[in-house]
Design a protein around this ligand. Structure first.
Ligand code: FAD
Length: 285
């Protein structure tokens, strides 16, 4: 299908974008990697597309004390190769390599991925695992939203009409933190059938805090609180990993999708969690 007719305007500053987006029928476009497909399928019919792709205030990665500020226009490819991200938040760099293919990674942005909120996307799960803060702004002012409060359901977030994600603030890892991401997909570059983003704080061999966020098995990123509780206070060894895998059943209620029914998804979630935790256990050993 063809996209419905729309007008196009390129904003060169944030305030210009905010003014254009005050029109309730306007929508921002960043990399266009999800929006253009949804226009072609007529899932979205904005009358005005506001191109935010050249707004310098939305660009760049900066180290600010104990956290990184990542501009909304940072592409997946840039996440993967940025030195600050690789050093301080390697989970995001690792996640980038799992997203689609190079052509999509060169255009798609972190702001677009978070705003689109695909339940099988890597970056929404990562920002929840990392306890990031999402900064949004509009003509009405700025809001700071904890990533765990940002995603509200299938393809939906707390973003209000006219609001833009401007940046994501992510705490830098401590020397004792361990992070990883794992997923199962039919083919390299496909959206995940099941995946997990993991951040563990270690106290010697023991897990002192855990954040496990599942993706591809719910309507958005799922914080696996029972599996997390099963790990805390335990050494990272096989018995703790098995207990966490068993506890995961209480955390997820996967809907059937084109990859399979709920039982298949539960099985894939347990497998992917086991792979991620075993990888950390092996590295720690
Ligand atoms: P756009 O397409 O420009 O916009 C997406 C939505 O976000 C629109 O509603 C737009 O209005 C809104 N938006 C954009 N920027 C902002 C902002 N700063 N503030 C507020 N709203 C904003 N993603 C994955 O995570 N994993 C995958 O495996 C994966 N595979 C893909 C495979 C294919 C073939 C394709 C085409 C895409 C795939 N994607 C995947 C999606 C890709 O990562 C997109 O880049 C991303 O979802 C959207 O980023 P974008 O910059 O292109 O946003």
């Amino acid at each position: 299908m063809k996209a419905p007719p729309f007008a196009y305007a390129r904003a060169s500053t944030l305030s210009e974008a905010h003014a254009l987006l005050a029109d309730p029928d306007a929508k921002p476009i960043a990399g266009g990697q999800s929006l253009l497909a949804s226009l072609a399928f007529r899932l979205s019919q904005p009358t005005l597309l506001v191109d935010i792709g050249r707004i310098s205030e939305l660009s760049g990665v900066t180290l600010l004390g104990d956290h990184l500020r990542i501009g909304a226009l940072t592409t997946h490819a840039a996440l993967g190769r940025n030195d600050l991200i690789r050093r301080h938040v390697p989970l995001l760099a690792d996640a980038a390599s799992l997203i689609a293919h190079p052509a999509i990674r060169n255009r798609g942005t972190i702001g677009g991925s978070l705003a689109y909120a695909d339940p099988a996307a890597e970056l929404p799960a990562c920002v929840v695992a990392l306890d990031a803060t999402i900064i949004v702004g509009s003509a009405r002012g700025e809001r700071r939203i904890a990533a765990a409060d940002f995603f509200t359901g299938l393809l939906s977030t707390v973003l209000a009409d006219g609001e833009l994600i401007t940046a994501v603030e992510v705490p830098c890892r401590a020397a004792t933190d361990r992070m990883t991401i794992a997923e199962i997909a039919r083919r390299s570059g496909d959206y995940a059938m099941a995946g997990v983003a993991v951040k563990l704080a270690m106290n010697g061999p023991q897990v002192s805090a855990a954040r496990l966020v599942m993706f591809g098995v719910g309507e958005g990123p799922v914080l696996a609180v029972h599996a997390m509780a099963a790990l805390v206070g335990q050494p990272m060894e096989a018995s703790a990993i098995e207990t966490a895998q068993a506890a995961l059943d209480r955390d997820i209620d996967p809907p059937a999708d084109h990859h399979g029914g709920p039982d298949t998804k539960r099985h894939l979630a347990r497998v992917v969690l086991g792979r991620a935790l075993n990888k950390i256990a092996t590295e720690a050993a």
